[in-house]
Design a protein. Structure first.
Length: 198
């Protein structure tokens, strides 16, 4: 807290006036990152031409999450740390609950797209919440490989792995290969934001 206070030109006491503990500060940071992620996902989905198939929505959201990780690497890193660190970083329920609530809100667009795919008969019936978490975990793991990608760029092509992994999950959930590939092609045609930010 002392180093952080120095970096933002506050005294440690002033920081503790706003945040009761380090956990409280971390909870606020992660909650804000998750809210920004949710906005990025909604924006990525909104760039799809209407009407969009539910599977196209899934791949647009995958693209949006990759874009967030690429354009906000420090924020993505903090989010990854809170999930991957073996220590329980948020000890108190009061600090952890807002993060869990915002994580659910951030993943809602993905859950809705997967639910719509099931309703449209594009995937077999299944637990949408479980599928959402599985897809999120796949993306989180793949996107963490970006640091090592420079040593093995062909093997660790993060963009390709994110798409191929998502494709594999959808096929495992009963989607038809032709339908999934059409959704991938549709999202691949989306205009990118200026500056490469997806």
């Amino acid at each position: 807290m002392a180093r952080l206070a120095e970096a933002v030109d506050y005294t440690p006491g002033a920081l503790y006036r706003y945040f009761g503990s380090k956990d409280s500060l971390l909870s606020q940071l992660v909650t804000r990152i998750l809210e920004d992620l949710r906005v990025k996902l909604v924006e990525a989905e909104a760039r799809l031409p209407t009407p969009a198939t539910p599977l196209s929505r899934v791949f647009a959201l995958v693209q949006g999450y990759r874009g967030f990780a690429q354009s906000q690497p420090q924020r993505f890193g903090l989010l990854a740390l809170t999930m991957a660190d073996p220590r329980v970083l948020l000890q108190e329920d009061a600090d952890a609950e807002p993060v869990i609530g915002m994580m659910i809100a951030a993943l809602r667009p993905l859950a809705e797209a997967l639910g719509a795919a099931e309703e449209a008969g594009l995937v077999d019936a299944g637990d949408v919440t479980e599928r959402t978490i599985c897809l999120f975990a796949l993306l989180q793991g793949v996107l963490l490989l970006h640091k090592q990608a420079r040593y093995a760029p062909r093997l660790l092509d993060v963009e390709r792995l994110a798409v191929r992994g998502t494709r594999g999950l959808l096929l495992g959930w009963g989607a038809k290969p032709r339908t999934v590939d059409a959704a991938i092609a549709r999202v691949g045609e989306l205009p990118r934001r200026p500056g490469g930010d997806e």
